[in-house]
Design a protein around this ligand. Structure first.
Ligand code: SAH
Length: 399
């Protein structure tokens, strides 16, 4: 059975402007407004792209006339047909990049496929121990990739007994592709620490694997410190801080289930119960109250959800970041550390550093940048697609 849609004849699309150089440089997205017309075809239909001048073929990919990114490019050599050999080559390339991870090693929770970054447009696969979670980014990828066959291929190649599919839409029901639906959160390790991911009900695919390197950084800076982890989810940064020798860690998240999991993860790693406090509360309210009570922590981590889902929301998002950074700075001890993350692709690093500067100065503090981090090696991105390098993580010391 094929891994991709190969039965329909490719639809022919034509550029209305000269984007050939960008495409040859590796930009994998062609927006609908760059195409001369949008022929009627089902989402995921294979496509050949012609240039705007002589009508020469420049690339192959798949098409979704209803998506702003109407064409996702799979191959910039138009002579190469998109078939199973093509798909296997891409998939093997992705597996090859993960040679540093092993299922019996200290880190067996990692991203196996990162969509465009692995030249498998629109497919994400995260591994948690013996379970993988696959997610397709919309109807185009869902029409192009044969998800059941792809899951069987991955299960065979990686000896995975269980693969589960999550839907892009939040709250939409997933389904088992290989094996059965996990009855409870699945166990995995990150740098030797024990975690679980609720792959059925949890956020994203169950865990925020993209913060792995940044959690290690916090681990290294937590010795003998009191740590506040705001927007903690299931306590990733909290457990890292505990492992690094924090004297006490407070985790704050608005979702009670996340806090329950953070408490469970703390215990699971054998840390003393009285050195962790899980608080299910709104972050802004918690920070305001803590600040009015003059509470201070030596390390403060802020990892809010994306405040900028689109370009239009950037001004509002900047002010939301400034507010949360200001509130975080107000509860950071003298000479303490403040770590702030942004996962909004529409807020770039210079913009984010400006938000840090604004928020910190409003709290009447000054910051020294100690480190600027981002996504780990299992989240590769096309050089020509900056939108994919969404994660920014700034570690500062406040005076
Ligand atoms: N740092 C986490 C990931 C954080 S994701 C990790 O390493 O795993 C962002 C989290 O913010 C989510 O868990 C979400 O429930 C929480 N959140 C969203 N809005 C919030 C709010 N107003 N107050 C507190 N938490 C909030």
């Amino acid at each position: 059975m094929p891994l991709i849609e190969v039965s329909s004849t490719p639809v022919v699309l034509r550029l209305n402007r000269d984007l050939v150089r960008l495409i040859k440089r590796g930009d994998p997205w062609v927006y609908a407004d760059a195409l001369r017309d949008l022929p009627h075809a089902p989402a995921g239909t294979p496509a050949v792209l012609l240039d705007n001048r002589k009508g020469q073929a420049v690339a192959r990919g798949f098409y979704d006339p209803r998506c702003p990114v109407a064409l996702r490019i799979c191959e910039t050599d138009p002579e190469l047909k998109l078939d199973d050999r093509w798909a296997e080559r891409r998939l093997r390339g992705a597996l090859d990049l993960r040679r540093g991870f092993s299922f019996d090693g200290p880190t067996n929770g990692f991203r196996l496929l990162n969509g465009e970054g692995d030249c498998v447009p629109g497919v994400v696969a995260d591994v948690y121990g013996d379970t993988a979670v696959v997610k397709l980014d919309g109807e185009g990828p869902a029409g192009f990739w044969k998800i059941d066959e792809l899951a069987e291929w991955l299960a065979r190649e990686q000896n995975l007994p269980r693969i589960y599919e999550r839907q892009k839409e939040r709250g939409a029901a997933g389904r088992p592709l290989v094996g059965t639906t996990p009855a409870e959160p699945v166990s995995f390790r990150e740098h030797g620490l024990e975690f679980t991911a609720d792959v059925v009900r949890g956020q994203k695919t169950g865990f925020f694997l993209d913060q792995r390197d940044n959690r290690q950084l916090i681990r290294a800076w937590s010795r003998d410190a009191t740590v506040l982890n705001v927007f903690s989810y299931t306590g990733g940064f909290s457990i890292a801080a505990g492992a690094g020798g924090a004297t006490h860690v407070t985790s704050v998240d608005v979702a009670p289930a996340a806090i329950e999991a953070a408490n469970a993860h703390w215990q699971r790693n054998g840390f003393p119960a009285d050195q962790h406090t899980g608080v299910a509360a709104d972050a802004f309210e918690f920070l305001a109250q803590a600040s009015s009570e003059k509470r201070r922590w030596q390390v403060v981590v802020l990892d809010p959800p994306s405040f900028a889902p689109n370009r239009e929301s950037v001004p509002k998002a900047k002010s939301a970041y400034q507010n949360v950074i200001e509130a975080g700075a107000r509860v950071t001890a003298r000479q303490g550390l403040l770590a702030v993350a942004s996962c909004s692709s529409h807020i770039d690093l210079p913009m984010f550093l400006e938000c840090c500067e604004e928020g910190i100065s409003r709290a009447r503090r000054r910051g020294t940048v100690i480190n600027v981090g981002g996504q780990p090696t299992d989240h590769p991105t096309p050089l020509a697609l900056p939108e994919f390098r969404y994660l920014k993580f700034v570690l500062l010391r406040l005076d």
